[in-house]
Write a protein that binds this ligand. Structure first.
Ligand code: SAH
Ligand code: SF4
Length: 342
C-alpha cells in the first residue's frame, strides 16, 4: 500500500493517521512481523495480524561468487513459486537486480526465464522484498536497482510502477528513481504508458538485433512491435521525458555478432540519443548459443564506434555462479537443489 492507502485503511479501523506512517516505516525497513513494531499498541497489532499479511520472500539458496562479491539468490514465495535476484557490488555501492514476474511470456530464444512461459505477476511488495531480503542477509544498504531479473516489467505494468513509487518513497527505502533502471524487451504500449508518467528512471531497451528478420527469430515480441515501431517509441519517450535511453545488445556468436549486424545497428541508432551496452550472451542449457571470443566482441564495439555509436561491453559479474536469471528457478522446479550453497 502507498502511505495514503494505509492511512485510509487504518482510518477504517478507527486509527489516527500517524499510525500509518509508523507502520509504513516499519514495513519498509524490512520488518516482516507485526510484533516487531514496538511502538504500535498490542491490540492494533493483533487486528493487523488478523486482517493483513506482509509479503516476504524466503531465501532458499544463496550462491556467492568466488571471483567477485556477487551473490545470487533463489527465493521462494508464499505459494511455493521461485524467483531469482542478484546482488552486485560496485565502487559506488550495492545494486540489486530484481525479478518482476514468475517466468515470462515473451519467449526470447536465448533466455532461461521464459522457457516455461509465465506463471504469474509479482506484486509490488514481492519486488520490494527481494531488495530487503538481500539487505538483511548482508547487513548492507542497497543504493541502485535494476529491473532486469526474471520477467518483463512492462507486462506487469501496474505492479512495476507501484514498486517504483514505493521504493523511492522518502518514508521508505528512499532509493532515488535516478538510481533505477527498467529493462524492456520492447513492449511499445508500455513504453508510451511509462512516458506519460515521466519518471526519472533509466529505460533500457533490449534490442539484440538490427533487423526485423533476425530480431523476430530470437524475440517473438518483434512480431507484434517491429524495430521501426520500437525505435519510434524510444524517440517519443525521449522527447516526452528528456531522458536518454540505453540499449542492450546481446552478442551471440554467429547470430548477432557479425560485421553486417554492427554496421546495420549503427545505421538504425543514428539520431537517437543513446548508449549501447554489449552483453556477451550467457549460455543456457536449453539452447546452443555461445558468446563470441574476446576479439570479436572488441571488433564489434570498434565498428560501432567508428560509426559514431558509443558502446560499452558489460562486465560479467558472478560468471562462476550463473548470475543471469532463469536457470536457478528451473533447476529448483525440477527438484535439483544439489548445487553448492554457502
Ligand atoms: N524482460 C526484460 C528484463 C529482464 S531480461 C528484458 O528483456 O529486457 C534482462 C536482460 O537480460 C535483457 O536485456 C535480456 O535480453 C538479457 N538476457 C536474457 N537472457 C540472457 C542471456 N542468456 N545472456 C545474456 N543476456 C540475457
Ligand atoms: Fe522475458 Fe526478458 Fe527473458 Fe525475453 S529476455 S524472455 S522478455 S525476461
Amino acid at each position: 500500500m502507498y502511505l495514503g492507502e494505509l492511512e485510509e485503511f487504518l482510518g477504517t479501523l478507527g486509527q489516527p493517521r500517524f499510525r500509518a506512517k509508523q507502520i509504513f516505516k516499519w514495513l519498509h525497513s524490512g520488518v516482516c512481523d507485526f510484533d516487531e513494531m514496538t511502538d504500535i499498541p498490542k491490540a492494533l497489532r493483533e487486528t493487523l495480524k488478523e486482517k493483513c499479511y506482509i509479503a516476504d520472500v524466503k531465501i532458499v539458496k544463496r550462491f556467492k561468487s568466488k571471483i567477485d562479491d556477487t551473490v545470487k539468490y533463489l527465493y521462494s514465495l508464499y505459494d511455493g513459486e521461485y524467483i531469482e535476484s542478484v546482488l552486485m557490488k560496485y565502487n559506488h555501492g550495492y545494486t540489486v537486480c530484481v525479478s518482476t514476474q514468475v517466468g515470462c511470456r515473451m519467449g526470447c530464444s536465448f533466455c532461461a526465464s521464459g522457457i516455461n512461459g509465465l506463471s504469474r505477476n509479482l506484486t509490488a511488495s514481492e519486488i520490494l522484498s527481494q531488495i530487503m531480503a538481500a539487505e538483511r542477509d548482508n547487513n548492507i544498504r542497497v543504493s541502485n536497482v535494476v529491473m532486469m531479473g526474471m520477467g518483463e516489467p512492462l507486462d506487469n505494468f501496474d505492479n512495476s510502477v507501484r514498486f517504483l513509487k514505493l521504493v523511492s518513497d522518502d518514508n521508505g527505502m528512499n532509493i532515488g528513481l535516478r538510481h533505477i533502471s527498467l529493462s524492456t524487451s520492447g513492449v511499445v504500449s508500455g513504453i508510451y504508458k511509462l512516458a506519460e508518467l515521466s519518471l526519472p528512471i533509466t529505460l533500457s531497451v533490449s534490442l539484440h538485433a538490427p533487423n526485423d528478420e533476425l530480431r523476430s527469430s530470437i524475440m517473438p515480441v518483434n512480431k507484434k512491435w517491429n524495430i521501426d515501431a520500437l525505435l519510434k517509441a524510444c524517440k517519443d519517450y525521449q522527447k516526452i521525458t528528456t531522458r536518454r535511453i540505453s540499449f542492450e545488445y546481446a552478442l551471440i556468436s554467429g547470430v548477432t555478432d557479425t560485421d553486417e549486424c554492427a554496421i546495420e545497428l549503427a545505421g538504425r541508432l543514428k539520431g537517437i540519443m543513446s548508449h549501447i551496452n554489449l552483453i556477451p550472451v550467457n549460455p543456457v542449457v536449453e539452447n546452443s548459443y555461445k558468446k563470441p571470443d574476446r576479439n570479436r566482441i572488441l571488433h564489434f564495439k570498434e565498428l560501432l564506434e567508428s560509426k559514431g555509436i558509443t558502446a560499452t561491453v558489460r562486465r560479467t559479474l558472478g560468471s562462476d555462479i550463473n548470475a543471469s536469471c532463469g536457470q536457478l528457478r528451473r533447476n529448483a522446479k525440477e527438484g535439483d537443489k544439489n548445487a553448492d550453497i554457502q
